[in-house]
Design a protein around this ligand. Structure first.
Ligand code: ATP
Length: 445
């Protein structure tokens, strides 16, 4: 059933223009996906909600857009060059490669190949470390290369700009620096759709605080970020849970870490991680670069290295969670109806307008007038490329909360039919009241 749901979601996303396979006409690239017209619309809404909530509406967080390619020194300091690797094993039978921590252990040293189901004996075929960073030659010559790295997280761009931001904004602690941007990891994975990609997008905040405030702000951010998914994005409470990392699981630099997990079609998995990273990052970068990355507290007249709390979210995983939560199939009059019950503020279009008869010029003219009027106030689309039943089905699948149909009677009684996506109720509404009627209903949802 879960596999089935995943397959159906992928198919809907491709069919309706949310997500396409990367480089598809050349056979595709594994774990690389492109966002289509509706996908980019929904993805932008997610990012805008986050940015508005944390950067625009607050005075203690500022924004940043740092570069994707960063120097080797950055990742020597962060530990990514040495430690950011997975243990991989090859299946001797089918030749496929897997992450050791993601496959089933059968007995000591023996694992089960998820592909051909044969045994993988790690005594005979020992796992090897594989660094997840993408390295790129930045020299103009192949003979004399020097290398840069595509960042595996946006966070490092924040740490290396910590003193630039402090000096230019003159802000005091607690101070957050927020960034939305691409990150790259050469992940070895199959079949997890946009959950695990090689190129993905993150929304990260590095929130710098006085060391003794670390624990208090860590707790604050766990609650704040959980509430964000619940209230600002609108995910259902049953699909969300918190999972605190045990001491053994914690990365060596982290003082504490909690994952916000979502119940994806393949089970509970990480949507976001919130960590108290102590002073690890600033200390390491100060040491590696030789630059002073401390903070002078004017009040206490002391120099300190702040602690940092990191709420690190994935744009793509949030997108996936939104689609997965909204995906619904129900039986209507003996037929299966697929609906994305998206919250209206996330729906790519809030209204779709159709003329019932596209050959009738008066109906088309009236429908287009209504469309242009509504479009100036709400995200709307116009469609006359199929029969009314198909048009409704199309809009249900992309999550449009309301459809407006203009028919022959509309020319006389100046009324149109407004159909509600979820209840499928149809109301006959005066054209001059359509916008108010729909806004009213949207406000209630
Ligand atoms: P996982 O354990 O699932 O590999 P992670 O712990 O490595 O994730 P972090 O390094 O904490 O992930 O990254 C922060 C967030 O960035 C994750 O919670 C997730 O939302 C997102 N993210 C990380 N890796 C990927 C990826 N390969 N594809 C899509 N999103 C990702």
């Amino acid at each position: 059933m879960a596999d089935d749901k995943l397959t159906k979601i992928i198919s809907l996303c491709k069919r309706r223009g949310f997500i396409f396979g990367g480089s598809q006409i050349y056979g595709g690239l594994s774990s690389i996906w492109d966002y289509g017209p509706l996908g980019v619309n929904l993805k932008k809404k997610i990012k805008d909600i986050w940015w508005k909530e944390y950067v625009e509406n607050r005075n203690d967080i500022v924004g940043l857009d740092s570069s994707i390619i960063m120097s080797e020194g950055v990742f020597l300091a962060s530990g990514h060059l040495k430690g950011f690797s997975d243990l991989l094993v090859d299946c001797a039978s089918c030749g496929k490669r897997f992450r050791l921590d993601m496959i089933e252990k059968v007995s000591d040293n023996v694992y089960k190949c998820p592909e051909c189901k044969k045994e993988i004996d790690t005594e005979k075929n020992p796992p090897r470390k594989f660094n997840l960073m993408f390295k790129t030659n930045m020299s103009a010559s192949e003979d004399n290369p020097y290398y840069g790295y595509l960042r595996p997280e946006t966070a490092q761009g924040i740490f290396v700009n910590f003193s630039n931001v402090l000096n230019t904004t003159r802000k005091k602690l607690p101070l957050g620096i927020a960034q939305i941007g691409k990150a790259f990891r050469n992940e070895v994975t199959t079949g997890s759709f946009i959950f695990r990609m090689k190129e993905f997008e993150q929304m990260e905040i590095e929130y710098f605080v006085r060391p003794e405030k670390g624990d208090e702000f860590y707790k604050y951010w766990v609650k704040e970020r959980y509430d964000f998914y619940l209230n600002s994005i609108g995910l259902s409470r049953e699909s969300l849970r918190l999972r605190e990392h045990s001491q053994e699981e914690l990365a060596h630099y982290a003082k504490a870490c909690t994952d916000i997990e979502f119940n994806f079609p393949f089970g509970w998995s990480e949507l976001e991680g919130i960590a108290n990273r102590g002073d690890y990052d600033l200390t390491k970068h100060a040491h590696e670069s030789g630059k002073d990355l401390s903070y002078f507290d004017q009040k206490t007249k002391e120099k300190i290295v702040p602690y940092v709390i990191e709420p690190s979210a994935g744009v793509d995983r949030t997108f996936f969670a939104v689609i997965s939560d909204a995906f619904c199939q129900e039986e209507v009059k003996g037929r299966e109806r697929t609906v994305l019950k998206l919250k209206p503020h996330l729906a790519p279009h809030q209204v779709a307008i159709f003329p019932l008869l596209k050959k009738n010029h008066d109906i088309v003219k009236l429908a287009k007038n209504i469309f242009y009027d509504i479009k100036s106030k709400l995200p709307a689309s116009y469609d006359d490329t199929a029969s009314i039943g198909k048009l409704y089905r199309r809009q249900d699948e992309v999550g449009t909360p309301f459809c407006v149909t203009v028919d022959v009677d509309s020319l006389g009684d100046k009324k149109v039919t407004v159909r509600n996506r979820d209840s499928m109720a149809q109301d006959r509404i005066s054209i001059d009241k359509v916008f108010d009627f729909i806004s009213d209903q949207l406000d209630k949802q």
